[in-house]
Write a protein that binds this ligand. Structure first.
Ligand SMILES: [Zn+2]
Ligand SMILES: [Zn+2]
Length: 282
């Protein structure tokens, strides 16, 4: 049953791509455009701050409702529920850039074939179904429910968009969902292919400013692979010194902390970061 429920995910992403065609008929006005942008930013932050930095890496702690509401919003992206998400992400870090990495652009395919596989193709492969789900997420009945019924917030947000502004807003929702999907996927693909490697990780992860821009800070992926538990990913090294890079997801989590909705943010010491630096490179 779980595999059937999870299997709905790629269908929804496919429908979002097709739904963008609505805009060819309706056009995209300012209101619908702003709706698409707002949905992109809010759902990207839920994915990066809650799915990735909180649930997958525990780089900070938060009251339980933050986990639930954040997961509900992240699931409305059509990028599956928290158990599936964490399972795949752990497999990526554990087997990074080997044939056991579910979405590496480097094995076994390379070049454009590898890029497209890591961007989209792997959703249609047997790799899509994780062998095991993470015990901590599965132990929370609310998160487990969101994981299995991940399609409900996706469909509900589509219905709301349609109610608010008809087919144009539904098309804007599909566009936002499609761009969001490719934004997050670019961390798997582009940020393992293009960019610099200021930190020694032994893998192909890279810091890529363009990916960081569209993912609100997740493109500083080389640092993330070097220091997975760091709540802040925006670091590089220049002339032997640490340099901070823009990391909107980190700023968002700091905002949550000020509101009492995040605590125990894990920041590595400068010394620990510099110990991972590759000197002599920008
Ligand atoms: Zn990676
Ligand atoms: Zn990660």
């Amino acid at each position: 049953m779980r595999r059937v429920l999870h299997g709905v995910g790629p269908v929804l992403i496919g429908l979002a791509h097709l739904g963008c065609a609505l805009l060819l008929v309706t056009g995209l006005g300012l209101g619908a455009g702003l709706w698409a942008l707002a949905l992109y930013v809010v759902r990207m932050l839920a994915t990066t701050a809650i799915y990735h930095r909180l649930i997958a890496h525990r780089s900070f702690d938060a009251p339980r409702p933050v986990w639930w509401i954040g997961s509900l919003i992240a699931a409305s992206s059509g990028q599956m529920g928290p158990s599936w998400w964490k399972a795949h992400h752990q497999q990526h870090h554990r087997h990074v850039d080997t044939s056991a990495d579910p979405h590496t652009p480097l094995h076994p395919r390379k070049g454009w074939a590898g890029f497209w596989y890591s961007q989209l193709g792997w959703l249609l492969s047997p790799e899509f179904h994780p062998a095991q789900l993470p015990a901590d997420v599965e132990a929370d009945p609310v998160l487990r429910l969101i994981d299995r019924l991940h399609m409900v917030p996706v469909l509900a947000l589509g219905w709301l968009s349609w109610q608010l502004g008809g087919l144009e807003w539904l098309g804007a929702y599909c566009l936002s969902t499609t761009l969001l999907f490719h934004g997050v996927a670019s961390v798997n693909s582009v940020a393992h292919l293009v960019g610099d490697q200021p930190f020694a990780t032994g893998d192909a992860s890279r810091n890529n400013g363009w990916v960081a821009l569209i993912t609100l800070g997740e493109g500083w992926h080389n640092l993330h692979h070097a220091m997975q538990s760091s709540v802040r990913q925006g670091y590089t090294v220049c002339g032997g010194k640490l340099v901070l890079l823009p990391d909107p997801t980190y700023w968002f989590i700091k905002g949550l902390e000020r509101l009492g909705l995040a605590r125990r943010l894990r920041i590595p010491s400068d010394r620990a970061l510099l110990a991972r630096a590759v000197y002599g490179k920008p």
